[in-house]
Design a protein around this ligand. Structure first.
Ligand SMILES: C[C@](O)(CO)[C@H](O)COP(=O)(O)O
Length: 238
């Protein structure tokens, strides 16, 4: 049984407002994506890495992998028109390569502050239950926007009933492959902001929470990049 990481780096990163895709932005002279790949390269339980890459950037990614010694990188697959198409491309490429009981970890290429405990726990949960999704408690109050006026609210959701999820998310390969085929055939769970976790729930799968980390932020805005730089500088990481 192997543990295979699929790193999703197929997006253009419009919200970052930069001329190059956010996964390729250099922070302290190293691309964001390389920090992410290194987390999986260093983890002793990860056997192989597949990168789903924005079209046109495959050679750049391959060159970086060589430069930074990401020897576990086995496959580079081209991303799709949406997040779900990108993940699907990564999953389908593993057909005939991954075994049914392999643990497949899906992770955003723009979450470079991933620690090894989070990777370990999501693998344990997946081995135990067939899936595991990293998650954290929600610490803010959540209010629901009024149906008729998006500037007001009269309703909230008690935060004790919520958990916010992140990546990595891990699924047994047979479940993951079967559910992507079902989703794309029936057009379920593949709308705009959908991801593997929401698709699984839409297709009736019960998800199991794994440990998350507040450091494991997704770099979406320029402020997130500033935070990442500050973190690296304070912690003297390279
Ligand atoms: C974990 C996630 O929020 C989906 O549940 C994921 O990080 C979303 O990534 P996206 O690039 O914002 O779709």
């Amino acid at each position: 049984m192997s543990n295979i990481a699929i790193i999703i780096a197929g997006g253009v990163g419009k919200r970052m407002g930069q001329s190059i895709p956010k996964q390729f932005i250099n922070i302290n002279d190293k691309p964001v994506l390389v920090y992410t790949l290194e987390s999986f390269q260093k983890h002793p339980q990860i056997d192989a890495i597949e990168l789903v890459c924005l079209d046109g950037w495959q050679n750049v990614a391959r060159a970086y992998a060589e430069q930074y010694g990401i020897s576990k990188l086995k496959w580079i697959v081209t991303g799709g028109a949406s997040g779900q198409e990108s993940i699907r491309n990564g999953v389908y490429n593993l057909e005939g390569k991954a075994a049914d009981d392999d643990v497949i970890l899906i992770h955003d290429g723009v979450r470079p502050l991933l620690n090894s405990e989070v990777i370990s726990d999501v693998i344990v949960k997946c081995q135990q239950y067939g899936n595991g999704v990293t998650s954290m408690p929600y610490n803010e109050q959540i209010f629901v926007i009024d149906e008729n006026d998006e500037t007001v609210t009269e309703k909230y959701i008690p935060r004790e009933t919520l958990r916010r999820v992140s990546t990595p998310q891990a699924y047994r390969f047979d479940l993951l492959d079967q559910k992507y085929h079902e989703a794309f055939e029936k057009k379920i769970g593949i709308y705009g902001s959908a991801y593997t976790n929401t698709m699984m729930v839409d297709l009736g799968v019960k998800l199991h929470f794994a440990a998350g980390s507040d450091m494991n932020i997704k770099l979406t805005t320029p402020e997130n990049l500033d935070f990442f730089k500050a973190y690296l500088n304070t912690n003297h990481l390279e």
